[in-house]
Design a protein around this ligand. Structure first.
Ligand code: HAM
Length: 419
């Protein structure tokens, strides 16, 4: 029988990698909490329709990358490829806007896209995202971008580029579409078959095609910024002013369109050092999606958010970045009744909040100290028969091997320093 392994493009996250994950997730939670965001958890499986309507039928995610399936009852479902559509579905379903006109959500969880696996690109990956629902003004855009930048800074990641653009509003889209169709019309034979089709159905998507000929052909395409209405341009200018005011460095990327159809007005990305990540340099993507609540059946509600790819961030973290792991204390029992004494003591000490390893079976002191070493214990508490008769234990410093006999009643105080 073939040995069973993870599905292609999906990966195990092993215990030894977890301190970095915890560091990242705790840094994120702590940061978004300061901005007043509350966690939302939605299912990994949603109606397929949610993403078709939310992200757009003619997008790579929906056309090519979605894990879509029929369950045994015939329901058409999908593994979520991103978190925004789910968060908005939940917002509408529970009428959250009725109670909280301005709602701020964050989420951390696995997403699924059947992409070609590469460094920093997986078929199951994790996102940490935030969505600010109910604010029209560019102050929301500036806050969201600032929060994303502060997260990157809090992780100690340097040399990032913040790129912003505006896709304009409802009036911009048809004008820009027409301009793109006209621009590409003369070069149809240079486009890939997908793009020739997209040009009819969703010309914006030609701009983020990765096929080399399409990228080259699109190099001289018109910029959406030339098609902004006065209002959209005003929004974008005010955002830039606010970013300047905050001291947030950014570049305007007039060709950036992003790969999801729900975006309107502001979009942004943060790119990391490309030599660490190869071609997968985008660590966060986000923007406004002012029509999504309405498109999914709710009221017209302005919205903006972002999502980080956690694996990509982790590839950029320095070796020093991790949550301090609590020190381990080992409890060894020796002599008559040693195992029972050790287990009872370990139980008491764990209840008091200490991190304790204890032997599961009788063993010599030597073998137990070896095990203590393997656990990386800094202290071994040895519950021997003679000391027990005096109400004491032996306190052994695992680093230098020094030992002393201490009273059981002093243990709490001594362990306080190692919690
Ligand atoms: P996205 O640009 O599709 O946007 O994904 C956001 C981030 O998720 C990317 O910048 C990248 O770091 C990570 N990511 C995407 N695909 C993969 C993959 N296959 N492997 C590893 N990491 C990946 C969204 O998902 C939007 N929902 C963001 C948003 C929230 N916009 C508004 N609110």
């Amino acid at each position: 029988m073939n040995s069973l392994r993870t599905v292609k493009g999906m990966h195990d996250i092993l215990p030894k990698e977890m301190p970095k994950w915890h560091f990242l997730e705790e840094t994120f939670r702590e940061l978004v909490d300061r901005f007043g965001y509350q966690e939302i958890r939605t299912p990994a499986v949603e109606p397929l329709e949610l993403f078709v309507r939310g992200i757009g039928e003619v997008t790579d995610i929906v056309e090519k990358e979605m894990y879509a399936f029929e369950d045994k009852g015939g329901a058409r479902l999908a593994l979520r490829p991103e978190g925004t559509a789910s968060a908005i579905r939940s917002y509408i379903q529970h009428n959250i806007g009725g109670q909280q006109p301005i709602s701020k959500f964050y989420y951390v969880g696995p997403m699924f896209r059947r992409e070609r696996p590469a460094k920093g690109r997986y078929r199951q990956f994790y996102q940490a995202g935030a969505e600010l629902i109910g604010v029209e003004e560019p102050t929301a855009d500036a806050e969201i971008i600032d929060m994303a930048v502060q997260f990157v800074e809090a992780l100690g990641i340097e040399n990032v580029r913040v790129q912003i653009n505006s896709l304009g509003d409802q009036e911009t889209r048809p004008l820009f579409r027409d301009a793109l169709v006209e621009y590409f019309a003369g070069d149809l034979d240079k486009l890939c078959p997908d793009c020739r089709r997209r040009l009819q159905t969703n010309p914006l998507r030609v701009l983020d095609c990765k096929v080399r000929d399409c990228v080259e052909t699109a190099a001289g395409a018109p910029s959406v910024l030339d098609y902004l209405t006065g209002e959209a341009a005003g929004h974008f200018n005010e955002l830039k002013r606010l970013l300047d005011e905050n001291g947030t460095p950014y570049q305007v990327a007039p060709k950036m369109v992003r790969g999801l159809d729900y975006y309107t007005r502001t979009i942004f990305e943060i790119q990391g050092e490309s030599d660490t990540l190869g071609s997968q340099a985008t660590i966060v993507g986000g923007g406004r999606y002012d029509n999504l609540v309405k498109d999914l059946g709710g009221k017209q509600t302005p919205t903006i958010g972002f999502a980080f790819g956690i694996e990509r961030l982790l590839l950029m973290l320095g070796p020093g970045a991790s949550v301090a792991v609590r020190p381990t204390i080992y409890v060894a029992g020796i002599g008559d009744g040693g195992l029972d004494r050790a287990i009872t003591l370990a139980r008491t000490l764990r209840k008091a909040g200490n991190k304790i390893e204890v032997s599961y079976r009788e063993g010599s002191l030597r073998s137990q100290l070896k095990r203590a070493d393997r656990y990386g214990a800094i202290i071994a508490i040895i519950a021997g028969e003679d000391e027990a008769a005096r109400g004491n234990v032996t306190w052994r410093n695992m680093k230098d091997g020094s030992q002393e006999e201490v009273s059981l009643s002093d243990l709490d105080e001594r362990l306080e320093a190692h919690k």
